[in-house]
Design a protein around this ligand. Structure first.
Ligand SMILES: [Zn+2]
Length: 259
């Protein structure tokens, strides 16, 4: 006789669950993330919301570890819903924090969604003219921040490029050789052509782009640039925005959040 893995009662020969228990479980499990999204604009206190969600989980025979995973997914959906209408409001930020702490969850557990949330909060602070203080480095800092400078955001996996120019000669001509006497030639009309200056975007390296306030930007190269002829500013691992070269440089990040 098999035991139902949901309700723990005998489920019948060669059976591991009752069909109705599994249906009830799946229904509740699918509903919990939706509850979180709805809780964003609900006046229900966070503790009451948690109690109701736990009661629903009980009727669906949802175990503690599964409940935590579902709550985390729900929190992620809640954050995504809050981010969907442009910049996050302070009320939304407060509500997210309330719900998060009622379930004992951390924003860092949300991965990419958590990073989007922190970034949206930073943008809101900046828009309101406040200096955000949400980014701290763990581990020894490669940056020489001066007094009063602090990091706003770090873009990982950034490709650094800079505008360089090269000269090519167009219209180069060998001219015409005219034989004057045996073994002596006169070369007429030879021209080395016109110099054509072209500018191009040269990829200089990979690394992290650190945006700080006030007015400093660091490029922290994760690897040595290719070739020995690269200019020394990228050979040094750090660069400040106020150098002339940095102003002609571009950084391509894979960071698209928030919209
Ligand atoms: Zn059952």
């Amino acid at each position: 006789m098999g035991i139902c893995r949901y309700c723990g009662k005998p489920a019948g020969l060669f059976r591991s669950s009752h069909a109705e228990c599994r249906a009830q479980h799946d229904h509740v499990a699918a509903s919990i993330p939706d509850f979180f999204v709805k809780s964003l604009n609900s006046p229900l206190p966070a503790a009451s919301f948690r109690d109701l969600t736990m009661q629903a989980a009980q009727t669906g025979h949802i175990r503690d570890d599964e409940f935590r995973a579902l709550a985390l997914r729900g929190l992620g959906s809640l954050v995504e819903a809050a981010l969907a209408n442009s910049v996050i409001t302070e009320a939304e930020e407060g509500r997210i924090d309330e719900i998060r702490s009622a379930f004992g969850l951390q924003i860092s557990e949300l991965g990419e969604t958590g990073r989007k949330l922190v970034k949206a909060e930073i943008l809101r602070d900046l828009e309101a003219g406040r200096l955000p203080k949400r980014v701290t480095l763990s581990g020894p800092s490669p940056l020489n921040l001066e007094r009063g400078e602090h990091i706003i955001w770090i873009f990982n996996n950034t490709t650094f490029s800079t505008i360089r120019s090269r000269t090519q000669w167009a219209g180069r001509s060998q001219g015409v050789s005219i034989r004057i006497m045996k073994g002596v030639y006169y070369r007429a009309g030879a021209s080395r052509g016109e110099p054509i200056q072209t500018q191009y975007l040269s990829q200089e390296g990979q690394g992290d782009l650190v945006d700080c306030e006030p007015e400093c930007l660091f490029l922290v190269a994760s690897e040595e640039p290719q070739g020995a002829s690269q200019e020394d500013h990228f050979r040094a691992s750090l660069q400040r925005r106020d150098s002339d070269h940095a102003r002609r440089s571009f950084s391509k990040t894979d960071d698209l959040h928030p919209r």
